[in-house]
Design a protein around this ligand. Structure first.
Ligand code: NDP
Length: 343
């Protein structure tokens, strides 16, 4: 079977492509430029995948019909391409590519993807959680209602991360609406993956540590901080998942019949930043030569731990059944990877 992966050069998507190839699928990836195509092709030919990977260029996912050619002849689609950065100047910077990219992919699949049986869209826990001051366990029944409302109220003055959360919420809603509107005319069904913060080793093209994708950059900045962080930052908490688990989650969501029509939170667990620091500092030897690991204040975790954002992952366990990486494994593998790159 052949799977189309949009934004194939991204942090998560590279691992999605790798999981697919490892499981014997043929892959057609889309990227935005020839240079990005070259990187992806070279990386996977280095792993011995030469004839099962095809990269095509889709320069502008907002353009109508952008994916019309790319969907032809594939059996399934993983749509991951969407902007995730803190530099939005206006809501449209993120919302347009997120929503039009998603609806465009579904429209192309409806019109030209005659062989497509399943589409998996990478949404986010940003489309699930509404930030609350008290510890909360969220699940797939929850929708982020606040971000798009804030964007509507504040326009260009909206915080860029709120714009991002709105972009993911609106894109996922648009996907489900599309399916509802066209039911009866579709050869495929939809499955949505909602990951929280994604950490773990990078195999995409990263020129320097400062050019890392946003979630991994935040993680690396914390672990290698050189000036002490205030207590509230060390105790700040959220939920996370390893990039390799979220990638395999996409593949299993393409394979498992029960994933059809479902949004699925794929989360490893909640964390407090100090826990990542303790995990890193518990590793033997010198995990990141040249960069002392930040210790934070381990005594902060002596009392009760408060995790602000957790997820009920019963659905993931029932439908996908992933064996998730632990915090220690993810820390070790990520630091080893960064050390190997010599950053
Ligand atoms: P990356 O920034 O590494 O990858 C994003 C991908 O989307 C790249 O291929 C990028 O292409 C493409 N893309 C971004 N903006 C556009 C645009 N305007 N038009 C066309 N393509 C675009 O991030 P991640 O791998 O982390 O993100 C992948 C997906 O996962 C996104 O949908 C994101 O929202 C979602 N996600 C990520 C989480 C995380 O913690 N990392 C958590 C939850 C969800 P290019 O390289 O050319 O810019």
């Amino acid at each position: 079977d052949k799977v189309l992966v949009s934004g194939a050069n991204g942090y998560i998507a590279m691992w999605v492509v790798r999981s697919l190839l490892e499981r014997g699928y043929a892959v057609r990836g889309t990227v935005r430029s020839a240079a990005k195509a070259k990187f992806v092709e070279e990386y996977f030919s280095g792993l011995g995948y030469t004839d099962k990977l095809e990269i095509v260029i889709v320069e502008d996912i907002i353009k109508e019909g952008a994916f019309d050619e790319a969907v032809k002849g594939v059996d399934a689609i993983a749509h991951t391409a969407s902007p995730f950065h803190p530099n939005a100047k206006t809501p449209d910077d993120l919302i347009k590519p997120a929503v039009h990219g998603t609806v465009g992919m579904l429209t192309s699949a409806l019109k030209h993807g005659t062989g497509v049986k399943r589409i998996v869209v990478t949404s986010s826990c940003a489309a699930v959680l509404t930030p609350l001051p008290t510890p909360t366990v969220f699940s797939e029944t929850d929708w982020n209602e606040s971000a798009s409302r804030e964007v509507a109220e504040q326009g260009d003055n909206t915080h860029p991360m709120t714009i991002y959360r709105a972009s993911k919420t609106l894109a996922e809603k648009a996907a489900w609406d599309f399916v509802e509107e066209h039911k009866g005319a579709l050869t495929w069904d939809l499955s949505v993956i909602n990951p929280p913060f994604v950490f773990g080793p990078a195999i995409h093209d990263v020129a320097s540590i400062t050019a890392l994708n946003l979630s991994l950059l935040i993680w690396v900045n914390m672990l290698t901080a050189t000036t002490p962080k205030p207590k509230d930052e060390l105790l700040a908490s959220n939920s996370w998942v390893d990039v390799r688990d979220v990638a395999l989650g996409h593949v299993l969501a393409l394979e498992r019949p029960a994933a059809g029509g479902e949004r699925i939170v794929v989360a490893g667990g909640p964390y407090i930043w100090q826990e990542w620091l303790d995990a890193a500092n518990s590793l033997p030897g010198d995990p990141l030569p040249g960069h002392p690991l930040y210790k934070g204040d381990p005594s902060l975790l002596d009392g009760d731990k408060t995790y602000l954002v957790s997820y009920d992952t019963a659905k993931e366990k029932r439908i996908l059944g992933l064996k998730l990486h632990t915090m220690l494994e993810t820390t070790q593998d990520t630091l080893a990877d960064i050390a190997k790159r010599g950053w």
